[in-house]
Structure formats: structure tokens, C-alpha cells
Design a protein around this ligand. Structure first.
Ligand code: SAM
Length: 245
């Protein structure tokens, strides 16, 4: 199978996120798309394979969480971690547009990370490193605890579970971006209770419509305000089985 090219949609990038890819970034998008579609025949990476869907649900969505957001200054050399990166989202699009930042991608599935290591070489991404591990263990590892300025996390679990994975990894003042679809008041209440225990607070909830299919997206921005107690994250599996709230 020879994958098609991705659409450029420069006007849509500009209108929706006040940004657009340059020619080189567009070429990297195309290489990325081709590599993922080819690898998808061997390992189950993504069900989103049509060019327009891939553009909207993987590229646009990944960048919508970090672009055009005043509280995130991408001109600084940030240390960023993507927790549960899967096939590489939101990590890859972020890495492509932030060559001055250091990105770590974490996933517990060896097969996926092994594929992403090859992808890093193929796309010549100099600013990325990989970790095969559980967020619960990385959060208790002194090399990673309180080491990051920004954590991004999409489709990994309930919001309060994601917060328990992410907050321990942040420096004080660091920010977590939770990528969500619909966002209910009830979820927000549970998250606020969990954040009281984890040392964070919600600083912004941004609602967007995706530009092609008008689906609802919410980006929840958390800030770490005090040190997280060393009892968090709890041991492997516990945050998911027994979410904080
Ligand atoms: N973030 C990607 C996306 O939005 O396309 C992948 C989402 S996929 C549904 C969830 C990923 O999170 C899987 O690849 C899984 O291996 C990983 N994951 C789930 N729990 C994890 C944990 N506790 N630590 C590390 N990775 C985890």
C-alpha cells in the first residue's frame, strides 16, 4: 500500500491555531504519515488512517493543546514528557515544531516504543528520547521526578488518573495538558479533589471545535503549585483501579 499525501490546509492551521507549518515541517508530516501507515500493517498503532482524519485527529489535535496558549511559552527550552504516547501522539507533532525543547516519550508497550525509536531516526528528530515503563514507576524515579516543565497526556485514562501520573513528574510551576473530548462538570469536580492531594490546580479549560468535523475537544491545563507527596503516584495499577477523588 502506498499512502496518499496529507492535505496541507495552511489556511485552516492559520485560522484555527494562528500558526502554519513551513515547507520542511510539511515534508516531515508526509514522511511521518507514510511510516505510520506502513508500520500499521505489522503492529496495531492507530485506527485513524485516512489522510483528512489523520490530519485532524492526530496532527491538528496534538498541536491544538499547546499552540496559541498564553501560559505555554514554546520559545523557552522546555523539558516535555508525553505520558502514554502510543503511536506517538501528541508527542511527534510537538517534537517537530519545538526543536529547542527536549522531549521524552513514555509508554509501557515495548512494541510501540521500539517503533518510535526507528521513527525518531527516520525523521531525524534530535530532541527526543524514549522510555519503556509505567508512569507509576517513572514518577517515583529520581531521574524523572520533578524534572519536567510540561507534561502532555491524551487518551490514557480518567482525568484524575492522568493527574496522578503527571503531577509528580513536574517541577513546581510546571504545566500538564490533559487532552479530552467532552468535559463534564462532574469530571472537573473529581479532578479538583484529586488535585488537592497532588499539589496542583486547574488554571485553564479551553474548549475547541475540530476544524473539519466540528467535534468537541477540551484541553485542561493544570499547574503544579506545591511539591507532590511521595506517596504519589501509587504503585502500578492502583491509580487506575482506585482513582483519587
Ligand atoms: N496518547 C496516544 C494517543 O492519544 O493516540 C495513545 C493513547 S492509547 C489509547 C494509551 C497508551 O497509553 C497505550 O499505548 C498504553 O500502552 C499507554 N499507557 C496506559 N497506561 C500507562 C501507564 N500507566 N504508563 C505508561 N503508559 C501507559
Amino acid at each position: 500500500m502506498n499512502p496518499q499525501k496529507l492535505p496541507e490546509f495552511k489556511n485552516i492551521w492559520q485560522q484555527s491555531l494562528n500558526w502554519q507549518p513551513d515547507q520542511k515541517q510539511q515534508e516531515i508530516w508526509d514522511n511521518l504519515y507514510r511510516e505510520i501507515i506502513l508500520a500499521n500493517q505489522q503492529i496495531n498503532l492507530t485506527r485513524i488512517t485516512k489522510p483528512r482524519d489523520f490530519w485532524e485527529k492526530h496532527l491538528w489535535d496534538s498541536l491544538a493543546g499547546i499552540l496559541n496558549v498564553k501560559i505555554i511559552n514554546l520559545d523557552q527550552s522546555l523539558k516535555i514528557i508525553d505520558i502514554g504516547t502510543g503511536a506517538g501522539f501528541p508527542w511527534i507533532p510537538i517534537a517537530i515544531i519545538t526543536p529547542n525543547c527536549q522531549l521524552t516519550l513514555l509508554d509501557s508497550t515495548r512494541k510501540k516504543i521500539n517503533f518510535l525509536k526507528i521513527l525518531i531516526e527516520e525523521l531525524n528528530l534530535k530532541n527526543c528520547s524514549t522510555l519503556i515503563d509505567r508512569a507509576e514507576q517513572i514518577g517515583q524515579n529520581k531521574d524523572h521526578r520533578e524534572a519536567y516543565d510540561l507534561a502532555v497526556i491524551r487518551a490514557v485514562g480518567e482525568a484524575s488518573v492522568c493527574a496522578e501520573y503527571a503531577l509528580p513528574l513536574l517541577k513546581i510551576g510546571g504545566i500538564v495538558v490533559l487532552y479530552r473530548g467532552h468535559w463534564q462538570q462532574e469530571e472537573e469536580l473529581k479532578l479538583k479533589l484529586a488535585l488537592q492531594k497532588l499539589g496542583g490546580k486547574i488554571i485553564l479549560v479551553k474548549k475547541l471545535e475540530t476544524p473539519l468535523t466540528q467535534s468537541i475537544r477540551h484541553f485542561i491545563y493544570l499547574q503544579k503549585i506545591v511539591k507532590t507527596s511521595t506517596q504519589f503516584p501509587r504503585p502500578v495499577g492502583i491509580p487506575h483501579q482506585n482513582p483519587l477523588c
